[in-house]
Design a protein around this ligand. Structure first.
Ligand SMILES: N[C@@H](CCC(=O)N[C@@H](CS)C(=O)NCC(=O)O)C(=O)O
Length: 217
């Protein structure tokens, strides 16, 4: 039985895993959370109701990064998303944490704030999130000065997350034009067939973007 992925095509964390699956053309059952009943199934498996979630041979795997590591262990393909050697793998994991904690987390904070009732909004939290994104962009600009991919010279787990997170971060808090290395990296990610496919699959849902999706990728 192929692994079963609970995911929504418009979700950044789900796209992170979809990129990994598409990189290796891994067979899987796509249980779309846009379909009736799928959310209830997800909740029965994982009361946090966060997605993506993978079910594979009786194991329930949570968290996008762990799912990608699981896929590499149990369904390896030609593209190694984590180096075999522990030292370069550590660099990949470090960059993966950077994109989760310092790009995606503040980006989501701004979006979630915007869908709250006006009386429950958090202007200080949003201002802190914008400052974190600015600091993150500036740091990444220096890191990407001599890199094609986030870590180790090859497309990796870190790029799987960077792709959707920089995609939505630029919609939410535009990356300044002076960050040319970050823009060039975002473009390379958009041109990668695995992510281009995830972006295409999510196009029908763009009207859901709470801040209003711009008329561009
Ligand atoms: N730490 C989780 C985060 C997953 C996450 O936040 N997913 C969002 C969709 S992009 C979600 O589940 N949102 C629904 C909610 O917050 O209730 C991971 O790495 O997989």
């Amino acid at each position: 039985m192929p692994p079963k992925l609970y995911a929504h095509p418009f979700s950044s964390y789900c796209q992170k895993v979809l990129v990994a699956l598409y990189e290796n053309e891994t067979s899987f059952e796509y249980r779309s959370l846009a379909d009736d009943g799928a959310m209830a199934e997800l909740e029965a498996l994982w009361p946090m109701k966060r997605f993506p979630l993978l079910v594979d041979a009786g194991r329930t795997v949570i968290e996008a990064s762990t799912i990608i590591e699981h896929l590499q262990l149990y369904h390896p393909g030609p593209v190694r998303l984590l180096p075999e050697d522990a030292k370069p793998a550590l660099e990949v994991r470090m960059m993966d944490r950077f994109f989760d904690n310092y790009i995606s987390t503040p980006q989501q904070k701004i979006v979630f704030n915007s869908i709250r009732d006006e009386t429950r909004r958090d202007p200080q939290g949003v201002s802190d999130a914008r400052a974190m994104l600015e600091t993150g962009y500036a740091w990444l600009e220096r890191v990407m000065a001599d890199r094609e991919w986030a870590a180790g010279g090859h497309f990796s787990l870190a790029d799987c997350g960077a792709a959707p997170f920089l995609f939505y971060a630029d919609w939410t808090h535009p990356i300044d034009k002076r960050y040319t290395n970050v823009h060039a990296y975002r473009e390379r990610l958009l041109a990668r067939p695995s992510f281009a496919r995830a972006v295409d699959e999510a196009r029908p849902y763009r009207h859901f973007f709470p801040l209003g999706a711009p008329d561009r990728d």
